[in-house]
Design a protein around this ligand. Structure first.
Ligand SMILES: NC(=O)c1ccc[n+]([C@@H]2O[C@H](COP(=O)([O-])OP(=O)(O)OC[C@H]3O[C@@H](n4cnc5c(N)ncnc54)[C@H](O)[C@@H]3O)[C@@H](O)[C@H]2O)c1
Length: 432
């Protein structure tokens, strides 16, 4: 057995609390249980599949999980909150992502996970009722109750670390306001039930105060705020977001950099989506769609730099549409029509038709983000984790502009992982 394999055993149990246990969360949990039973392989997850160069033996490669001393899937404990009724099993059945026979095989562990009552505000999520909610109206009291939930989860499951992931429905579009600027102001505002504090921010506040790493899988602001950056620094917690880069945007950030590297012009990029899951129903609300639209639209502008190349990209018409189309369920289909301009202004077109599965693409990203955030925290990294931009449509950065080009993001990720791998043995040594 290699040294790295021995080290991997030292890792403690990690708790993963999912705020919002719908399609993507239950596909993650059911998937992990299925992998543990040998019923499927965790394709799409770097932490489970990727190999890294062994720094101790040139030419040799070892699994990333070993090198980084990541917890094994048996050492991951799931829990969370949801405002809908039922167990994780009923939620997974409702989501209808996985085949019934696979769900039956993991029924027992899924049924044992009953989401805790969540917090809800219809001003931020207009298309959900909220059937399992804490009987508290005041945001400060809600945060205190969520903090108590996290502490109890940590103690009951004997967890070394807890990571919180915001996987709830997309909230209505918001911009940062005065209440989001500093901890003292934010706490006073919560006590006053300030209307610009969304439920996802209350979850984030509670998580950071409990020294948990926090991941924002959705397009909402949540931790991309000065107050959250301050709290993350003060409590030694890594934060990252926004909006998992799964389907159409993943392809966009692979294609667009190549078009730009060849100095081809772009007159237009028209992106259509149909999807029929609960996420699609929520995004049918224009105020929620606005959050998604902002996150999807920012991508091309940052990659193409029209200010630097006005001739090539100054006139680009970039449009994104999402249509709720129930027959497709979680199986999203996207079409991209890309209007290219070549030598002497001659026009060309590229058509992309991606028949993807939304939550099947999202689940491995959630697993990686949970494990890598916890590894970052063990290594003493806190605040915004720019190196995790690889996973997001609209990456949260500590300063400046985010990087969108997938290949550059991947290089940044690999560089950070190599540094992390060097730091991990020291951390394990300290933990004894
Ligand atoms: N599926 C993907 O590929 C993908 C990609 C990127 C981002 N996302 C984002 O991830 C989020 C979840 O997606 P999904 O497909 O699982 O949606 P979903 O509708 O299936 O699940 C969302 C769950 O959140 C719960 N919820 C809503 N508000 C809550 C609150 N305040 N507290 C606790 N629970 C709450 C709902 O009851 C529901 O069970 C969405 O915001 C979506 O935009 C999804």
């Amino acid at each position: 057995m290699s040294n790295t394999a021995v080290r991997a055993r030292d890792t403690g149990r990690v708790g993963v609390l999912l705020a919002g246990m719908g399609s993507i969360s239950t596909t993650l949990i059911a998937g992990v249980e299925a992998v543990k039973l040998g019923l499927g392989r965790p394709f799409g997850s770097l932490t489970q599949m990727a190999m890294m160069a062994d720094p101790e033996q040139p030419g040799r490669h070892v699994p990333m999980a070993e090198l980084l001393q990541l917890p094994t899937l048996d050492q991951v404990v799931f829990g969370g909150w949801d405002i809908s009724e039922g167990t994780c099993y009923t939620a997974a059945k409702r989501a209808a992502v996985l085949q019934p026979h696979l769900l039956e095989a993991v029924r027992a562990p899924l049924e044992s996970i009953v989401p805790m009552p969540g917090i809800h505000d219809t001003r931020f999520l207009r298309r959900a009722e909220g059937k399992r909610i804490k009987p508290l109206q005041n945001k400060w009291e809600q945060a205190e109750a969520l903090r108590a939930d996290i502490r109890a989860f940590r103690v009951e499951n004997r967890l070394e670390q807890v990571v919180v992931l915001w996987c709830g429905s997309t909230e209505v579009f918001l911009t940062p306001g005065p209440a989001h600027q500093a901890t003292g102001i934010f706490e006073a505002a919560m006590k006053e039930n300030e209307p610009t504090i969304a439920p996802s921010m209350v979850y984030a506040y509670a998580a950071l105060k409990e020294r948990c790493a926090f991941v924002n899988a959705t397009p909402t602001l949540t931790v991309d705020l000065p107050v959250m950056k301050e709290l993350a620094a003060a409590n030694g917690a890594p934060i990252c977001g926004k909006d998992l880069k799964t389907g159409q945007t993943l392809l966009k950030t692979i294609l667009a950099p190549g078009i730009k590297q060849r100095m081809l012009g772009l007159a237009g990029w028209f992106s259509m989506n149909i999807l029929g899951n609960q996420d699609g129903a929520v995004l049918d609300d224009p105020a929620a769609f606005r959050s998604k639209e902002e996150s999807k639209l920012s991508v091309l502008n940052d990659i193409l730099e029209p200010a630097l190349y006005p001739e090539l990209y100054g006139q680009l018409s970039h449009q994104v549409k999402i249509n709720y189309y129930p027959p497709r369920g979680d199986n999203k289909e996207s079409w991209d029509t890309i209007d290219l301009v070549g030598w002497l202004g001659y026009e060309m077109q590229i058509k992309v038709n991606f028949l993807c599965r939304d939550s099947i693409l999202a689940a491995p990203l959630l697993l990686d983000l949970a494990l890598l955030s916890s590894a970052a925290q063990r290594a003493g990294w806190h605040g915004t984790q720019d190196w995790l931009a690889f996973y997001f449509k609209s990456p949260q950065v500590s300063q400046g502009r985010p990087e969108h080009d997938l290949s550059v993001q991947f290089q940044q990720l690999q560089a950070a992982l190599r540094t992390l791998a060097q730091r991990v043995p020291q951390t394990a040594g300290v933990r004894g």
